[in-house]
Design a protein around this ligand. Structure first.
Ligand code: SF4
Length: 518
């Protein structure tokens, strides 16, 4: 039985909350085998939204009965057999589409209810799961995609991430949170896990304890995007590695028990943190954890936006990792199988996913790197991509998403490739396209954010696809969300408008000056 506290009686609950009291989200897992046998038509409409807890969303249009599935990839670490299993699922059930998300997860499309039990079996056999990848629950935990191989990390966070992930996975005490809940645990000094846009983020820090410099974490809470974005704020605490799980449980308990359930639009942790302030939040936290040391020395040096292109030495002498571009995060199953072959032949078979929707092949002996890079797959999945397609991010968009107002993924790819032909700049410009204000493509932290809307056209009848343009987003130095430019652009004019804008940037900027400082 899922944990239900005082709020069930005390608060005015929104409709989703009332529904969650009738049946806990995780209960859908018990019903899926029956629905799979009896077919999509046997699923009552009132059960559709519960599928999120199983990592499944109905694609657009819902009535057609096709699902999108998101698979958790904690910290982005995928072993060889996991890569093969994911590629085979995409090939056998998902029309070959393999998407990497902005939280290091993997998404499939076109799945049918009859397929789900076999897909679950395949995932389970290799230690993967889609449970909790969507819904009002702890989502996949973002982390350092270089964990364990990063020459600059303060400590290898893989076992901490796995421990916390396993604790929250399918945990009925935490399966009814007020809203989605996003966590990052990383010791990457370049903030590769985007700490400030997570509900709760553990970031690298050191502190002198008992006369010894001790490695641990600082803690940020209350970040998140969507239509009212907030940057996570740091609490005055230092967390030892062995206390990360305990602190994560305490923050989640506060969210579960005090997070707002009256209005869905105010239900994220960020609203509770904004109302309480960090001092009160810390007081409530230590009531649950007991005393925590005050903050130490912050070790976040800068922000790399989750990009790792090129060949780089690992902390293990003689081994390199290779950062690769996946244009707008979309691969075909055959490409993933080829990546798996290459990573096995030249590395140890592992692949890492990045929140920039890209990939890393780790553990390649230095002497094998040059030969590996001759593989024809790397003509498209490039090691040194051009500055626009290499730094373009896109959400799913209207192709599959029920909330989307416009098409995004293919549009972003075509525009980025056009800009690479038309404009040559000496620094990357990060372009993020989203199909609605929910901002799965993290529009707010882009150099240039493109947010889809509908507008009346002078030339055509009815509403047409259009975009608002936002500029100057970054998570450097604590973060700054991008700001909206006046007006909106019909989708058909977006590419030439961006071309003019970027040509002006190129002419006016100083050498090596990047977009954020422009
Ligand atoms: Fe869908 Fe909007 Fe998220 Fe894009 S940002 S995937 S359109 S909900």
């Amino acid at each position: 039985m899922a944990y239900v506290k005082h709020w069930a009686q005390e608060e005015k609950l929104n409709e989703t909350e009332k529904q969650k009291l009738e049946m806990d989200g995780l209960e859908i897992l018990k019903l899926i085998p029956r629905y799979a046998k009896e077919g999509f038509a046997s699923i009552p409409k009132e059960h559709w939204s519960y599928f999120k807890w199983a990592g499944l969303y109905l694609q657009k249009p819902k009535e057609d009965g096709y699902f999108m599935m998101r698979v958790n990839v904690p910290s982005g670490v995928l072993r060889h057999e996991q890569v093969i299993a994911l590629a085979n699922i995409a090939r056998d059930y998902g029309r070959g589409i393999f998407d990497i998300t902005t939280r290091q997860a993997v998404q499939f499309h076109w799945l049918q209810i009859e397929d789900i039990p076999d897909i679950y079996d395949r995932l389970e056999r290799v230690g993967l799961s889609s449970v909790g990848a969507c819904g009002d629950i702890t989502r996949t935990i973002m982390g350092n995609p270089l964990a364990g191989i990063d020459p600059h990390e303060l400590l290898d966070t893989q076992s901490i991430v796995q421990d916390v992930y396993q604790f929250f996975q399918s945990n009925e005490d935490f399966s009814n949170l007020p809203r989605k809940y996003k966590m990052s645990i990383s010791s990457n000094i370049h903030n590769a896990a985007h700490a400030e846009i997570n509900c709760v983020a553990f970031t690298p820090a050191v502190k002198e304890i008992d006369g010894k410099e001790t490695v641990g974490f600082h803690l940020k809470v209350g970040g998140g995007l969507s239509s009212r974005p907030y940057l996570a704020q740091q609490l005055d605490v230092f967390v030892l590695p062995e206390r990360v799980k305990e602190v994560a449980i305490a923050v989640t308990t506060l969210f579960r028990d005090y997070g707002y359930r009256a209005k869905r639009t105010r239900a994220r942790l960020k609203f509770l943190v904004a109302d309480w302030g960090v001092d009160t939040f810390k007081e409530k936290l230590v009531e649950l954890t007991g005393p925590l040391p005050s903050r130490g020395e912050d070790k976040l040096e800068n922000w790399n936006a989750g990009y790792f292109y090129g060949v780089h030495p690992q902390k293990q002498p003689g081994l390199s990792y290779v950062g690769l571009n996946v244009p707008v995060g979309r691969l075909q199953a055959e490409e993933v199988l080829e990546l798996a072959r290459i990573s096995k032949e030249y590395g140890n078979g592992e692949i890492r996913t990045c929140n920039s929707q890209n990939l890393i092949i780790p553990n390649v002996p230095d002497e094998k790197v040059e030969t590996m890079l001759q593989e024809t797959l790397f003509d498209r999945i490039r090691v040194e991509p051009p500055h626009f397609i290499g730094y373009s991010v896109s959400c799913t968009g209207i192709e599959y998403c029920n909330l989307a107002l416009v098409e995004t993924k293919e549009r972003m790819r075509v525009i980025a490739e056009y800009l690479d032909e038309e404009v040559s700049v000496d620094v990357p410009v990060r372009l993020h396209m989203v199909g609605c204000p929910n901002s799965c493509g993290q529009r707010q932290i882009a150099d240039i954010g493109l947010q889809g809307i509908k507008m009346k056209s002078r030339e055509q009848k009815g509403l047409v696809d259009a975009f608002e343009i936002y500029v100057g987003g970054t998570l450097q130095d604590g973060g700054h969300f991008n700001e909206k430019l006046k007006g909106k652009i019909e989708a058909g004019y977006l590419a030439p408008v961006l071309r003019e804008f970027l040509l002006h940037f190129k002419e006016a900027k100083q050498p090596q000056e990047n977009f954020h400082h422009f």
